[in-house]
Design a protein around this ligand. Structure first.
Ligand code: NDP
Length: 297
């Protein structure tokens, strides 16, 4: 029997858990603040920042959004970053990726105060994560860990294959799962576009994570019976519906479902977890910056 992982339900539990922490902060006179910064007017990025703002409202985090003209010089963005670094009401913020071509996203990341870098992408935070002393776990990998925990999937001793080695998903997830820790202790294989015999690696997995950005790349023959399958992919595939597209994952849900013991759907799997873990990191940042201890879910 295959169970479908309900990412919305687990994300709701995380959000409920955060409400207690937000109350504790309120009792101490503090309210967590999260800012989103968008340079340019990319419609997909606008949708993402709107969702993040809505999430803040839902749990009682003070949300703020900053728009920067897409044609402005990088300095205009840097001024906003510097202001947010100095703003005591903003405990965490992110600059929506991608930035326009004339702005190097790596420069942007380096300018963000590490203690407010709730995406966890600043080199200091990446270094801390690799060293086993994470300040902020990046939201998607952390969300994957929480999903596995919620469904009692042991990572200790498990063979985990991650398809994708991106800065935001594959690499941080691999680093988290190999840590000598209760939610780590896995044996991790990281695959990418130059991997030879991908199917051999995916078939060897007890836990298979697809974070590729290629619609339905992982299909039934690539998966062994009983594998836990986590599909991070969110791909828009054009169709003739009114919306004009359908969201599909990196896993071919139909052919993999009959073999997996547990599988995430798209949408409704990892996506809601990523959003919940951003709120988690914001509350954590507020707790540290305000000097108020809170229980995090
Ligand atoms: P990137 O494009 O940054 O990375 C993709 C990775 O997949 C690369 O490492 C690439 O290899 C590898 N890859 C590409 N094609 C193949 C192939 N044919 N075989 C094996 N490996 C391959 O993507 P992201 O990590 O940013 O995102 C991955 C997916 O996850 C996307 O669909 C994205 O929309 C989604 N996503 C979803 C989130 C959520 O909250 N659910 C959050 C973030 C992303 P190489 O390094 O060699 O190029």
């Amino acid at each position: 029997m295959t169970d479908i992982i309900d990412g919305n339900a687990v994300a709701d539990e995380i959000k409920s858990g955060l409400e207690g922490a937000i109350e504790t902060l309120a009792d101490a006179g503090a309210r967590p603040g999260l800012a989103t910064v968008l340079m340019g007017d990319d419609p997909a990025s606008q949708t993402y920042v709107n969702m993040k703002q809505r999430d803040c409202e839902e749990v009682g985090i003070e949300g703020r959004h900053v728009d920067v003209d897409g044609d402005a010089p990088p300095e205009r963005l840097y001024e906003q970053i510097d202001a947010l670094n100095d703003d005591p009401d903003i405990h965490g913020y992110l600059v929506q990726d991608p930035t326009p071509d004339h702005v190097d996203y790596r420069d942007v990341i380096r300018r963000i105060a590490p203690e407010k870098d709730v995406d966890g992408f600043h080199p200091e935070n990446v270094g801390r994560l690799v060293a086993g002393d994470a300040r902020f776990r990046p939201c998607t990998p952390h969300g994957v860990q929480k999903l596995l925990q919620a469904y009692d999937v042991e990572t200790e001793g498990a063979d985990v294959t991650i398809v994708g080695r991106s800065r935001i998903v594959g690499k941080p997830l691999a680093n988290l799962l190999v840590q000598k820790a209760d939610d780590g202790n896995a044996t991790v294989t990281v695959c990418h576009s130059r991997t030879e015999d991908l199917a051999e690696k995916t078939r060897n997995a007890d836990i298979l994570v697809a974070a590729v950005g290629v619609p339905e790349l992982v299909d039934g023959p690539m998966v062994s019976e009983g594998t836990v399958v986590i599909d991070v992919g969110i791909n828009r595939v054009e169709d003739d519906t009114e919306k004009g597209y359908e969201l599909v994952g990196d896993v071919d849900f139909k052919s993999v479902k009959s073999k997996a013991s547990l599988i995430t759907p798209v949408p409704g799997g990892v996506g809601p977890m990523t959003r919940a873990m951003l709120l988690y990191n914001t509350v954590k940042a507020a707790s540290v910056q305000e000097g108020v201890a809170v229980d995090l879910p």
